[in-house]
Design a protein around this ligand. Structure first.
Ligand SMILES: [Zn+2]
Length: 101
């Protein structure tokens, strides 16, 4: 049986290629707001992170989001995103379990 091609994206923190649905998307909207996009459908420039807070912290330390979003993110925004990330992490892992993975 041939496996279907799964769209892969690279985590900006650990550089690992992962199926898109296993990554959390951070988006910079056209109005320059940076937020976590769980739908994966928001307009704007996106960056992907593994659904792990360790990867978020790595991205924060290495300023990987600044590079991926082509905009300086800044400490306060990283802090905000980190809180949001921790909040969505559980939701994200729960939804993966529900999908039987
Ligand atoms: Zn990662």
């Amino acid at each position: 049986m041939r496996t279907r091609k799964i769209p892969l994206r690279k985590c900006v923190a650990c550089q690992e290629m992962m199926p898109k649905k296993e990554l959390i998307r951070v988006v910079r909207t056209p109005s320059e707001e940076i937020s976590i996009d769980l739908t994966g459908k928001k307009a704007g420039r996106g960056a992907y992170l593994c659904g792990k807070v360790e990867c978020f912290r790595l991205a924060k330390r290495s300023k990987a989001l600044d590079r991926a979003l082509k905009q300086p993110v800044g400490e306060p925004i990283y802090d905000e995103l980190e809180k949001e990330f921790i909040a969505v992490e559980e939701q994200f892992l729960a939804s993966k379990e529900m999908a039987g993975e």
